[in-house]
Design a binder for this molecule. Structure first.
Ligand code: COA
Length: 364
């Protein structure tokens, strides 16, 4: 069995309450008493703006017209050499903690596919730089699915009663894994970080995470892959050069899987919640390609005015993609929010939450 669909409608363990079946009608879902609740958001992208006509792309057989029309990207942000994923993560997390108004957290999760080092993981160093003491801290790798996998993980930790507050950071410096001579990836991937603070709360509160559905299909692992540098092909055994240490992507096949998985998964979460597609007030998909996002939103039936994105300005920032958009928008607290993603693995996921109460946030 290569396809695993995990429904993270977490049981409420340790609190003497019953597990809720996932198809309960909305009024029951909304009155479930324990939930994780988003209470702070922050983001950071590096200052260097790289437009489609940047000299960095001049040796590539590409054009502004091709990139805009095929991907929706006009510009993206690149970290300067020497700036790591952890550096971006710290900046985004500082802003999220400030926005939450309380620096206390019991767990730090960094979702990334470009960690600072192969070992140790990036999260402990980020926690230390933030002055968060000796709280547990770990990395979670799920490529462009990272943020929703992290959200599900944070949600389960909080609902279990193991922790009260979690700092979840999605951060990537994809440019460190890109072959600058490969036009099919060099113009797409970019750098950034987004963070949310989640706290223990009530399912009826604005910001409550209602549902997260995750899935994977390892049979598709070669569609977007860095072939060398891991245990299957460690550096000393590799002779094929830079390409094998960079992201290799089969875009056309990924496109089709991304559309079908994000659509199915979004529909399933809507059904879980008994939400109609046109009742969704904020729809945020992983910013991989504007054509994918529009197609998924059309197929799901989400209205034009509830679609939010920033791919034209930031490109594909992998784990940072969804929280970067969340940081940019202001919705009425309690607004029905649907998140969806698809990425290397292949992995996918969707989440339903209500829009949080947030104090004004700092941009870049
Ligand atoms: N500039 C100009 N031409 C380019 C190009 C570029 N930057 N990148 C690729 N091309 C070419 C291809 O080589 C191909 O040429 P050919 O027909 O001579 O072989 C042609 O454009 C069409 O390629 P194709 O892959 O069919 O284009 P596309 O419309 O599918 O767009 C992607 C390519 C990568 C933008 C698109 O497939 C995509 O976004 N895929 C999904 C990515 C994704 O979801 N990733 C999730 C994990 S991050």
């Amino acid at each position: 069995m290569t396809v695993a669909e995990v429904i993270c409608d977490s049981p409420i363990r340790g609190h003497g309450r019953e597990r809720k079946p996932f198809d309960l009608p909305e009024e029951h879902v909304m009155t479930s008493s324990i939930s994780s609740v988003v209470c702070g958001i922050g983001a950071y992208v590096p200052p260097r703006v790289v437009r489609n006509d940047d000299p960095a792309f001049s040796a590539l057989d590409t054009s502004d017209e091709w990139i805009r029309s095929r991907t929706g990207i006009i510009e993206r942000r690149w970290a300067d050499p020497g700036t790591s994923t952890g550096d971006l993560a710290v900046r985004a997390a500082e802003r999220a903690l400030l926005n939450a108004g309380d620096r206390g957290v019991d767990l730090v999760i960094v979702t990334t596919t470009t960690p600072d080092h192969r070992t140790p993981s990036t999260a402990p160093a980020v926690a230390a730089q933030l002055g968060l003491g000796t709280v547990p801290a770990f990395d979670l790798g799920a490529a462009c699915g990272g943020f929703l996998y992290g959200l599900a993980t944070a949600d389960v930790w909080i609902r279990s009663g193991a922790v009260e507050r979690v700092l979840l950071i999605g951060a990537d410096t994809l440019t460190t894994f890109i072959d600058p001579t490969d036009r099919s990836t060099a113009v797409i991937f970019a750098d950034g970080a987004g963070a949310v603070v989640l706290r223990h709360g009530e399912g009826t509160e604005p910001g409550a995470v209602h549902r997260v559905r995750l899935g994977s299909d390892g049979a598709l692992k070669d569609l977007v892959i860095v072939p060398a540098g891991g245990s299957r092909a460690p550096d000393p055994e590799v002779t094929e050069g830079r390409r094998r240490h960079s992201v290799n992507m089969q875009g056309k096949q990924l496109f089709q899987h991304a559309v079908s998985r994000m659509t199915e998964s979004s529909r399933a979460v809507l059904q879980d919640m008994q939400w109609s597609a046109d009742s969704v007030q904020a729809f945020i998909g992983h910013q991989a390609n504007q054509r994918i996002l529009s197609k998924v939103a059309d197929l799901v039936g989400v209205s034009e005015e509830s679609r939010f994105g920033n791919i034209s300005r930031v490109g594909n920032t992998s784990s940072a993609s969804i929280p970067l958009v969340m940081n940019e928008i202001d919705m009425q607290p309690g607004s029905k929010t649907l998140l969806t993603t698809f990425g290397g693995g292949a992995v996918w996921g969707s989440a339903a939450l209500s829009w949080p109460i947030l104090t004004p946030r700092k941009g870049n």
